[in-house]
Design a protein around this ligand. Structure first.
Ligand code: PFF
Length: 448
């Protein structure tokens, strides 16, 4: 069977950054930062992103490109002992289940983005009631918008790597960056913005040892870089053999953390600007409000306060958010789809149809039991499953995969790698330091 491939390293970086940059950066990161004391969270997040998430990303990319297979087959094939092969397959299945569960809640939040995108248009044409319905929390609205979003994701995945994933990432990612920067420039001119900046950029170090903050920052870093579910491994399997992997990995890491940082620069100051405009941003207990609705409350207020252009800016913002969500959700759906196509000989079309329907059924279950399931699924997948599976992937890269095979893999696209700092540090790092640190953080999170 002909496997798909990214046509150049540049398009790979765009697609991998497209997967990494999504609701996690613009919805998840600022919400988490607001809930966890602003700057302290930002600092811990940056430390963990470069110290743990980048090496773990490299493990996925290297294993993926070497094996040219989905995670189940990849981890099985680098192992020689039966027990390790079995553990590899189990890890692959766990990644697939996690990817599906993530997509089930991701599609709900992305549906809200679609709703907020359509609202200004509906209101503009005089359909006020429809506009209100699109943005007010409700089970029917959640399910309908989620179904639209899943449909969009399925259509792109059905089109395959070059025509689907690659084409859309290349078009859409740069526009997101430009709009974000323009919005930051605007918000920083408004009254109240400096209070938000202070909150975001001046850390309170006493908070940084809080176990909850560390676990949240770890979860955020792994979620944001799309790790621990096999996405980056499968994207690595589509990359050309002459690409320089450590460089590609660092570009993706920089793009991802950069956009999260920028999103914080928009949303936290926007909260304080909104406060000036009469929105309550502190909860009853005196802490900043966070929660899933944060940006849906704060940003529209900001857009309205812009006057006439606010309508256009709000529309553009939510269009781009929806796009960022699609370039991530396609990478999530690709995980089970590539497995079904490669291991069960299903056609891409059938696999996409069945799997997206099954994941949509999970989303409906969450919508129907929102209070009980929504936060629980997010915490289970992002704070526990992703770091744990990443830890296993690092263990595979460090202990099971032969050092020589790794070196040969890295030499393609970078013949001098043997003398580089990356090669001196990374193998030891991924073997001992990454798994140990992830283990300690998870353990302390469980204890406290
Ligand atoms: N990284 C994406 C985001 O920040 O929105 C979410 C995500 C995509 C997580 C793909 C995991 C994944 F495999």
């Amino acid at each position: 069977m002909q496997r798909g491939q990214f046509s150049s390293t540049f398009t790979f970086v765009l697609a991998a950054a497209g997967s990494a940059v999504g609701l996690g950066n613009i919805w998840g990161f600022p919400t988490n930062a607001a809930e966890n004391g602003g700057a302290g969270f930002l600092l811990m997040y940056l430390i963990l992103a470069f110290l743990l998430a980048y090496p773990a990303l490299m493990a996925e990319l290297i294993i993926g490109r070497h094996t040219r297979a989905n995670m189940v087959m990849a981890l099985d094939s680098i192992a020689t002992r039966q027990s390790a092969k079995k553990l590899g397959r189990l890890t692959g299945y766990a990644g697939m289940v996690t990817a599906s569960l993530i997509l089930s809640f991701y599609a709900i939040v992305a549906g809200w983005m679609l709703g907020s995108m359509a609202e200004p248009v509906a209101s503009f044409f005089g359909f006020e009631a429809l506009g209100a319905w699109l943005t007010a929390f409700g089970t029917a609205r959640n399910i309908i918008l989620t179904s639209l979003f899943m449909l969009l994701t399925g259509l792109i995945i059905n089109a395959g790597v070059e025509q689907g994933i690659e084409k859309w990432s290349r078009r859409l990612m740069p526009s997101l960056l430009i709009l974000l920067i323009a919005l930051i420039a605007y918000v920083l001119t408004r009254e109240g913005a400096t209070d938000g900046l202070r909150h975001y950029l001046v850390p309170d170090f006493s908070q940084m040892t809080n176990p909850d903050l560390i676990v949240s920052a770890l979860g955020q870093a792994f979620f944001s870089m799309s790790l621990g579910v096999g996405t980056m491994l499968i994207y690595g399997s589509y990359i050309r053999s002459d690409a320089n992997l450590p460089m590609v990995g660092s570009l993706v890491t920089l793009a991802d953390t950069g956009i999260a940082f920028l999103a914080g620069l928009l949303v936290l100051p926007a909260m304080f600007v909104a406060q000036n405009l009469g929105v309550a941003i502190y909860g009853d207990d005196g802490s900043l409000i966070g929660g899933p609705n944060l940006i849906f409350q704060v940003l529209p207020t900001l857009f309205e306060s812009m006057g006439g252009v606010g309508f256009l800016v709000g529309f553009a913002f939510f269009v781009l958010m929806s796009i960022a969500a699609v370039t991530s959700s396609i990478s999530l759906l690709e995980v089970p789809v590539s497995y079904a196509v490669e291991n069960h000989n299903m056609s891409r079309k059938r696999a996409t149809l069945w799997l997206s329907s099954a994941i949509f059924a999970l989303s409906v279950a969450i919508c129907l039991n929102f209070d009980a399931l929504f936060d629980a699924v997010i915490s289970l997948t992002t704070e526990w499953a992703q770091p744990l599976i990443s830890m296993l992937i690092c263990l595979f890269a460090g202990w099971v995969f032969y050092r020589n095979s790794i070196l040969n893999e890295l030499k393609q696209g970078n013949p001098d790698i043997e003398h580089s700092l990356f090669w001196k540090l990374w193998p030891v790092y991924v073997k001992f330091v990454c798994p140990a640190l992830i283990g300690v953080i998870i353990f302390q999170g469980l204890l406290f």
